[in-house]
Design a protein around this ligand. Sequence first.
Ligand code: SF4
Length: 323
Amino acid sequence: MRPIDFATPTSVEDALRRFDAGTAYLAGGTTLVDLMKLDVLTPDKVLDIDRLPLRGVHPRRDALHIAALERMSDVAAHRTVVQDYPVLSQALLLSASGQLRNMASIGGNLLQRTRCSYFRDITSACNKREPGSGCPAREGVNRGHAILGTSESCVATHASDLAVALVALDASVVLTGREGSRTVRLDDFYRVPGDTPHVENQLRPGEILTEVIVPSLHWARRSTYLKVRDRQSYEFALTSAAVAVDLRGRTVRDVRIAVGGVATKPWRLPHVEQALLGQPLRESAVVRAVEHAADGALPLPYNKFKPALLRRTLARALTSLAN
Ligand code: SF4
């Protein structure tokens, strides 16, 4: 038994003031508690921030503002999200299980750790958990691992479906620390592993992710999230695609694409977006455009199927928006 200090701050300022080395913030608890039970995370102090006033979905003229402690299920069911940003609602509803979505917060979802089984097993080496110890996934069980954005040090995928949809929509996160708040594009927030896979994002010690901002995009009504996985419930993506398309007639006027399950962070595909501009949203044109979706991929021994599956996932997501 290891003693842990536990406190319930009453405000964001109070939480920031109480934070010191060895502290973990607790929100919905669906990641932190799991990892503490496995001894993967061993904080000396836990600050329960779940009751801080960081709730609500606020549609404004220029952007949709989602407070970080809003529950996944509440955001998925919010009328504006369902009507104007279906890609977000669908990504949330295809995540985890109903019980987990009722507990898990939006901020926690974006900050969740990888599902790499070696990371979650403290008897295994893992550069992300213990820098310099090695990456057994490269030669081991790697069917679900990444093929894009990888390094010699780490090949773990980013697990969040919501993050993929938000990156496609060019969303930002607000990070609040003792020095104030700063806004960072979510695409820039996440880091590829390089030789420091334990540094996963731009969050500074003590900072709290307080809000997600999704810029208004009227044509995001024509958007979708397609997730391919081994079973239809409570499973992480082998591949996924978040797409939004602006059409004039059948012609693509603008498009946003991000993919998941294949990369070490949510992965934008600007060259595929470019290839689709001015094209008819028909199967033949889409298949041509997605041909290079997996360019640069470095498949591992057990996930050589992923480049082809990624192309097919993306083509299906795009063509589903034609009507
Ligand atoms: Fe650890 Fe990353 Fe290797 Fe998994 S892929 S064992 S998380 S270093």
